[in-house]
Design a protein around this ligand. Structure first.
Ligand code: 6PG
Length: 239
């Protein structure tokens, strides 16, 4: 799997934006559309800003794009913790994407019902086997990705595409794409920066199953790790 190491977070964002635009353009050119699952968290924000700068006026690219989310916190869409809010502020507000092509992952109230609804929505737009053209992911310092946390039962979910989860440290529930959906993608791009991710990155790349990100292996697709030098630095050997 291609591991690309860049000098800093900005260089990761620049490369991430380049790969995003190339991927979406190729899919839209080939099939008239591109289904994208966006990541939450703070790292992708810089990439979204750069995508808006590069492709904010490319009407043909955005006419074919369908935007979904890889995971969401079950908070109101205007809440500062919302992944939808972050993506709208940094990207979607700055590109000519038709509102009917944007599918926020709303999950206030009954999260299980919201997960079922989102799975039905994916099936409606992507067909019986949800092959996203492009999935963007971040990496948590504990090795999680999307909202797939270490030890979660969702990591063993063989069928469902969207599941409900919760972190003991958080007051809100989350819904997330499962590995069953992510690993069907045509292309997955991880965006990772900062020294705090070094240990998780090393474990994920080494295939340590305790780091859920290590389980992202798109069977018929390609996988990119775009990381900065701080995240790529190997922790000093202990002892
Ligand atoms: C979320 C994200 C999550 C995120 C990682 C990294 O909803 O929190 O989907 O998986 O990508 O936690 O977050 P940072 O980029 O903020 O470090």
């Amino acid at each position: 799997m291609p591991l690309e190491v860049y000098t800093d977070a900005r260089a990761v964002a620049m490369r991430g934006a380049e790969l995003f635009v190339d991927s979406v353009s190729a899919a839209v050119h080939a099939r008239g559309r591109c289904s994208i699952a966006l990541s939450g968290g703070s790292t992708p924000r810089a990439t979204y800003d750069e995508i808006a700068r590069r492709a904010g006026r490319d009407g043909s690219l955005w006419a074919g794009a369908q935007v979904f989310w890889g995971d969401e916190r079950c908070v109101p869409p205007h809440d500062a913790r919302s992944n939808e809010r972050m993506a709208r502020e940094s990207l979607l507000a700055h590109v000519p994407i038709p509102a009917r092509h944007v599918f926020p992952m709303r999950c206030l109230g009954d999260a299980e019902a919201a997960a079922r609804r989102y799975e039905d929505l994916i099936r409606e737009h992507l067909g019986a086997r949800p092959r996203f053209d492009l999935v963007l992911l971040g990496l948590g310092d504990d090795g999680h990705t999307a909202s797939l946390f270490p030890g979660s039962a969702l990591l063993e979910e063989p069928e469902r595409w969207v599941g409900v989860t919760r972190r003991s440290s958080e007051s809100f529930t989350r819904i997330t794409l499962t590995l069953a959906a992510i690993n069907l993608a045509a292309r997955v791009i991880f965006l990772v920066s900062g020294a705090g991710k070094a240990d998780a990155l090393q474990r994920a790349l080494a295939g340590d199953p305790r780091a859920p990100a290590s389980l992202v292996r798109p069977a018929g697709g390609d996988l990119y790790w775009l990381v900065d030098a701080e995240a790529a630095r190997r922790p000093a050997a202990s002892g």
